[in-house]
Design a protein. Sequence first.
Length: 155
Amino acid sequence: MPPRLPPDPKRDALRARGLLNARAQKVSDPLFSDGAFFDRRDLLQVKYEMLRRVRVNKRPITRAARAFSFSRQSFYHAQAAFARTRLSGLLPNKHNPRTAHKLSPHVVVFLQEQRAAHPDLAAVALAAAVRRRFGVSVHPHSVERALRRAEKKTP
């Protein structure tokens, strides 16, 4: 087990918000050398300063990305996100939904009705029925999982 780190409110706050830079020790830009204001652990600040280095200081992208411990591809991704939504574009986001957002309760009821009426209907056919009825494309595996979840909820 790794040694327990001493309490650090800023580190804990950054971690809680998903902003703790996992590669902080690799940030080599001079701005982050003394730690007085610039904190290499703050992912938002590191990304912003990387973009600023290129835009304001005219630093080559490859060099800036390396100094801030990012790939060129990550730089371009951050640049595009910043152009779209400014600072909020640099915030980490979760790409995958954590719920079956396409399989709303009324879609699941429809699936249950279809399964009750046609017990041998395969998940592929159920997914096609959902597409026809609701205009929503779902994966057959998602249909199976939704039906299993609904089964568990039914007493």
